[in-house]
Design a binder for this molecule. Sequence first.
Ligand SMILES: Nc1ncnc2c1ncn2[C@@H]1O[C@H](COP(=O)(O)OP(=O)(O)OP(=O)(O)O)[C@@H](O)[C@H]1O
Ligand SMILES: [Mg+2]
Length: 372
Amino acid sequence: MTPGGTLSAVSCRGLAKEFPGNPAPAVDDVSFDVEHGELLVLLGPSGCGKTTTLRMIAGLEEPDAGEVWLGSGLVSSAQRNVFVPTEKRNIGMVFQSYAIWPHMTVFENVAYPLRVRRVSRKLIQERVGQTPELLGLAGLEERPATQLSGGQQQRVALARALVFEPRILLLDEPLSNLDAKLRVHMRSELKNLQQATGITSIFVTHDQAESMALADRIIVMNRGRIEQIGSPADVYQTPRSRFVNDFVGSMNALQGVVVDVDGSTVTLRCGEHEVRGHAASDQQLARGDAVTATMRPENLSILPESVSASTNQWTACVVGAVYYGDHREYQVEIGEQSVTLSAPASIDVPRGARVIVTCDPSEVVVIADSLA
Ligand SMILES: Nc1ncnc2c1ncn2[C@@H]1O[C@H](COP(=O)(O)OP(=O)(O)OP(=O)(O)O)[C@@H](O)[C@H]1O
Ligand SMILES: [Mg+2]
């Protein structure tokens, strides 16, 4: 349920799944809602349970515990012994291996789900006629599927998933077989299509850049559990755990001990340096806690000289520098700890130089080591 009391498009409650022979559950007490028209991304490393979660929503896997609701319909409940089969859930699916039929033409591939549903020939012509248009496949209808490029095959898979107007679209790493450039292109096409059709979608990926580019909200998963649910900006800027911070974007970590807590402002001692930041959301920190101060490379800067009465200025030694054309990346040592920072290309500092490095306290997230 949303706060307004309307039903979500998809609701997963306490989903769990274990596979025999595996020491840990694949999915462990996973609960989340997907709102109508939303594009939700499940993000996490290999083996964290993304596909298993998606398959339970699709009805390709029976949960050991928990429930799946599609709108007001309960489609899966271990406890109540309910299991609506896949074909009755009205869900479109696209997988990594797009599994289009090689012996069929584009038209036949896209028409297939309609034929299975015994839709009339006239309506099939009409629907399939519209879908390739939408997906840039117009003119290719009679081409055998084997004579298509990777991107075109992926479009056919998408067309086939959308042609019967499912109420939900599930996508499991659909772009990972494409080369890097096409992948970025298809990503924005997919986003446009999802917005144009307004179809509620769940997209699985282990690629954090892809998740940021596509998602309305991201769920970060780790070892079968949800680590964090939030907008891309929430997850990126206010990671709840060390895991999320590590996984989403590159990050720096300075180990330290809390010396002062003032509201949400936390001060810690990292060797001889003092670092000020704010606690990650929902965390209570106290003096003496072992913590990690995390900050993004793009939020650190090199100052020409120290600015008086300003916090978070650390003397550092440049140990590495790489020129990327549009920016430079520096490796610097703050005390014994090494951090990466990205600077404008115009800031040219030699290796071995001593510099002042700074980071605004609002960009420093302090995470208790007990949560790592
Ligand atoms: N049919 C199965 N039988 C046994 N173990 C399985 C089965 N399916 C998944 N698992 C295990 O469950 C865990 C979660 O797998 P899942 O496929 O959901 O991960 P994933 O997050 O999709 O990973 P990837 O990014 O590699 O696709 C893994 O440890 C996996 O080995
Ligand atoms: Mg998977």
